[in-house]
Design a protein around this ligand. Structure first.
Ligand SMILES: [Zn+2]
Length: 275
């Protein structure tokens, strides 16, 4: 991508309606550049709506991504696995019609097996899902998100390593990374993360980022809930400076409860930063 876009996780709170079309219009009015379509409770958008979304987003130059349903666990068997595959594929199918560039996925849980076994299982599932997508000519990136709890698949190494599967890219949720052990909340640590991405994915990785960020509350077990920046200890100003320092491009989605307020705050911080 040519620039770094800032936007909201779903329709902004100040939109006229709660639907995606109202959301895209409002994102544009606010001077933001992107929006994530939240399919987190199921892929309910119909194809005709998806086509309208595509036309409007293109007209207003709003970048789109999709968040797949929360109820996904690729490290499972039977019906849970079958439904997880379908939820990812349906997110990709509708997202593709919307013109979205990425589908963000919470890949699964570690459960009883080792992290290594979970990795191999999830990797094999993703290879098969990509094969199915290729057979349907669905050209959209699947992004595995860094997660905020130890019991979940998706620490930074796992998320970067699994890009060995063609068509898989990372979604870096900086607030989740911070919620793990309370670390990753300084210029130095943000730099380490971005350096790690560049080492594993090359400059391309930094030129095509997908980022989630919000204030966050956490315990020793990790993420508890999302907060507004000002209600949390998350150092979003330092993060914005790191974005500028590494000259990253792509999409930044704000997941704070006040959505557009914090998205605009982060955007302003980025624009006002000097290296
Ligand atoms: Zn997520």
């Amino acid at each position: 991508m040519e620039e770094l876009l800032f936007g909201t996780a779903g329709t902004p709170i100040s939109s006229n309606g709660t639907d995606s079309l109202s959301g895209i219009k409002r994102v544009h009015e606010l001077g933001l550049g992107c929006m994530e379509l939240e399919f987190v409770r199921g892929v309910k958008m119909r194809e005709d709506t998806a086509r309208k979304v595509r036309v409007l987003a293109k007209k207003l130059y709003i970048g789109l991504s999709v968040h797949a349903p929360y109820y996904i666990n690729l490290n499972s068997e039977g019906e849970t696995l079958q439904k997880s595959r379908e939820r990812i594929l349906n997110s990709a199918r509708i997202g593709h019609i919307c013109g979205a560039g990425s589908v963000v996925i919470h890949a699964g849980f570690i459960q009883k097996n080792s992290r290594h076994d979970a990795y191999e299982k999830i990797k094999n599932e993703l290879i098969q899902i990509r094969e199915q997508m290729d057979s349907e000519s669905i050209n959209i990136a699947l992004r595995i998100e860094t997660m905020g709890r130890i019991s979940q698949f998706g620490n930074l190494d796992e998320v970067l390593d699994i890009t060995e599967v063609t068509g898989i890219l990372p979604c870096i949720d900086f607030s989740h990374l911070h919620a793990l052990y309370g670390k990753n909340n300084s210029r130095e640590e943000f730099s380490d993360i971005l350096t790690n991405i560049e080492t594993k994915l090359g400059r391309n990785g930094l030129d095509n980022m997908h980022i989630h960020v919000s204030g966050i509350e956490y315990t020793s077990k990790g993420e508890k809930k999302h907060l507004e920046f000002e209600a949390s200890d998350f150092k979003y100003k330092e993060l914005a400076q790191s974005f500028l320092e590494f000259n990253i491009k792509g999409i930044v989605i704000c997941e704070s409860p006040n959505l557009e307020i914090d998205a605009l705050k982060l955007k302003k911080e980025f624009e006002d930063s000097t290296v």
